[in-house]
Design a protein around this ligand. Structure first.
Ligand SMILES: C[S@@+](CC[C@H](N)C(=O)[O-])C[C@H]1O[C@@H](n2cnc3c(N)ncnc32)[C@H](O)[C@@H]1O
Length: 227
């Protein structure tokens, strides 16, 4: 791990690798610091992408890879039903629970530590399952999508929002992928994998924008699929 950090420091493509490496699974003090940054930096992506998703006041919503819990908080203001946040990082769950503590004590919200690969929910539980800036790290993408499909109600929707599409010959993106051991999916891949996992009516939207951490140009994407 140290070696990787040094190498990235030396080539100076990524400004703060120790902090960024936490994006995969925030841990400890640095993880908490990154979560706070993500809560702010990902606001633009959340607002743009959610403009493409209809949410009703009856929807039961699960946010997977909920990080610091701002989207859980956002959903609690839209639906009158329950909102769940799930993340495999303890630090992320702590932050999410703190931000949403009032709703948790009102019985409207639950924050659960767990993996997308084994969701601790019954079949047909949710109307909407979202994932913001998280699918890059899912270990077994198609099977993980099938797991999300399982916990959605009939006609339930999956919603994925990413701040990155693959860039050919982009040194920074290549280094980032190696540093974080992540996968950046193209629009075609996301659509194809959703279909393969059993979703239908798959639709995606792309916007030319900027990476919220570096300010470099980046394409944002959101994809919606129906069970
Ligand atoms: C880049 S952060 C994004 C956090 C938040 N969704 C946001 O937009 O600010 C990615 C989050 O996904 C979580 N994550 C990654 N892989 C996961 C998995 N397999 N199961 C559950 N959570 C996961 C990480 O712990 C982290 O909190």
């Amino acid at each position: 791990m140290l070696k990787i950090i040094m190498r990235f420091k030396n080539i100076k493509i990524i400004e703060d690798p120790e902090l960024l490496i936490n994006a995969r699974k925030p841990e400890g003090k640095l993880g908490s610091k990154l979560i706070e940054k993500m809560n702010v930096n990902h606001e633009g992506l959340a607002q743009w992408s959610l403009s493409h998703l209809d949410i009703s006041k009856d929807d039961v919503i699960l946010d997977i890879g909920c990080g610091g819990g701002v989207n859980v908080d956002r959903f609690l203001k839209i639906t009158e039903n329950k909102v769940y946040g799930l993340d495999y990082s303890e630090a992320a769950c702590e932050k999410s629970a703190l931000l949403n503590e009032e709703a948790i004590s009102d019985g409207r919200c639950e924050i659960i530590q767990g993996s997308v690969s084994e969701l601790p929910f019954d079949d047909n539980t949710f109307d909407i399952a979202t994932g913001f800036e998280t699918v890059y790290f899912w270990p077994d993408f198609i099977n993980d999508l099938k797991e999300v499909h399982r916990v959605l109600k009939d006609d339930g929707r999956i919603f994925i929002a990413n701040e990155a599409l693959p860039k050919e010959n982009d040194a920074r993106q290549k280094e980032l992928i190696e540093l974080l051991n992540m996968k950046i999916y193209s629009k075609d891949q996301l659509e194809e994998y959703l279909l393969e996992a059993g979703f239908s009516n798959v639709i995606s939207y792309v916007k030319e924008s900027k990476d919220s951490f570096t300010g470099e140009s980046a394409d944002w994407i959101c994809v919606i699929g129906q069970k």
